[in-house]
Design a protein around this ligand. Structure first.
Ligand code: WQD
Length: 343
């Protein structure tokens, strides 16, 4: 009997890639998504990749009654991977209440129905943004959390606290928070990938859109940081490597291999890459000379961060497999397919 896993936000960027990996691992993945930042057609493309069409229930997790009704119809859900959340840092600064309501009410509702129906296992999509600018690099899971620099980042910090407190109060709930560094790229089939709405906030989609000619030039937000080439440093990992970590994490909980009721893992390559190095990677894989201009710093940006992934490597037996160039190539292939209207 296939184990049924609920994937909230499963038509989104990381959610869709994780749904593919769950299906290929033999799980029965069901998706809840309100399609705020994604589209239902992703399910057809997951079907094309895996041969299996996951069930998609379009509902908003903030609607407790509808969520409860759905779970009542799927009492065989054994675990939840929770992606559904608003995730634009800049937008969150302008719309804090929308971010707190959406990201935290949806989580509280989800935990409430998990407790009500005895669903024990939760994997939570968190972010390295909880560390702010770490004092020590590479950053380990026990690094002190800094005050969030955006409401988005705060919803991740508060979200982790809500989950941890729930696992302390109720031993029947076990959870893992996965702190992503910077996911990039797309599935090698180029059937799913990032679908940024409007002007992308994140570097790589803006970079590939510039390469394709949709954007005039890439603005590099500052080259006066205390880094080797002056531009900000991040830990870019391939989205498929990241997706696979979710399968490993949910299996850890299902098989009872977790060593505590609440665990946290950093998911990154362990390598710091600057914006200018990311541009060079794109130029290598595309053969295109990218148009970019150095401009002023972006408010809220931290200078440099990259993971120490050794805890995830050791405890989960997970590590990233794709190089920066391999990940960047999938991002470029996806951009070209997207613009050829084959998607
Ligand atoms: C990366 C670097 C920019 C765009 C955020 C969230 C994180 C996660 C990923 C959701 C920075 C520079 C960017 C551009 C640029 N979000 N840049 N020109 O800010 O590290 O992380 O997005 O899951 O939680 O915090 O990612 O891709 O926006 O920026 O120079 O047009 O690229 O200054 O140094 P970030 P990013």
């Amino acid at each position: 009997m296939k184990k049924k896993i609920l994937v909230t936000g499963g038509t989104g960027y990381i959610g869709s890639h994780t749904t593919v990996e769950l299906i290929e691992e033999g799980f029965d993945a069901v998706i809840i998504d309100n399609l705020y930042n994604s589209e239902a057609g992703v399910v057809d493309r997951i079907h094309k990749i895996t041969g299996v069409r996951p069930l998609l229930e379009v509902l908003d997790l903030c609607d407790l009654e509808k969520l409860d009704g759905f779970i009542q119809k799927h009492r065989d859900i054994s675990s939840v991977i929770h992606f559904a959340a608003y995730k634009a840092v800049g937008e969150s600064v302008n719309k804090p209440l929308e971010y707190y309501r959406n990201n935290l009410l949806s989580l509280v509702n989800l935990l409430s129905v998990m407790k009500r129906y005895g669903i024990p296992n939760l994997v939570f999509s968190s972010s390295c943004t909880v560390y702010g600018q770490p004092e020590k690099l590479p950053v380990t899971e026990d690094a002190p959390l800094q005050p969030a620099t955006s409401p988005y980042g705060n919803t991740k910090q508060v979200g982790e606290t809500i989950i941890r407190d729930t696992t302390v109060s109720d031993k029947n709930v076990r959870a893992i928070s996965l702190r992503y560094f910077n996911p990039i790229g797309a599935h090698p089939s180029a059937l799913i990938g990032e679908l940024p709405r409007g002007v992308p906030e994140n570097l790589v989609p803006y970079l590939t859109q510039t390469g394709y000619g949709i954007r005039e030039e890439l603005k590099v937000f500052g080259d006066d940081y205390n880094t080797p080439d002056g531009s900000c440093v991040r830990d870019y990992l391939h989205v498929v490597d990241l997706a696979k970590a979710h399968v490993v994490a949910i299996k850890r909980l299902i098989e009872g291999k977790n060593k505590a009721n609440y665990e946290v893992f950093n998911l990154g390559t362990g390598n710091g890459v600057s914006v200018l190095e990311a541009i060079k990677s794109f130029e290598r894989v595309s053969g295109i000379k990218l148009k970019y201009r150095i401009v002023g710093r972006r408010a809220g940006d931290i200078e440099k961060i990259w993971a120490d992934p050794s805890f995830a490597n050791k405890e989960l037996g997970w590590k990233t497999l794709s190089s920066l160039d391999e990940a960047m190539k999938t991002a470029w292939d996806w951009e070209k397919i997207l613009r050829s209207n084959k998607i």
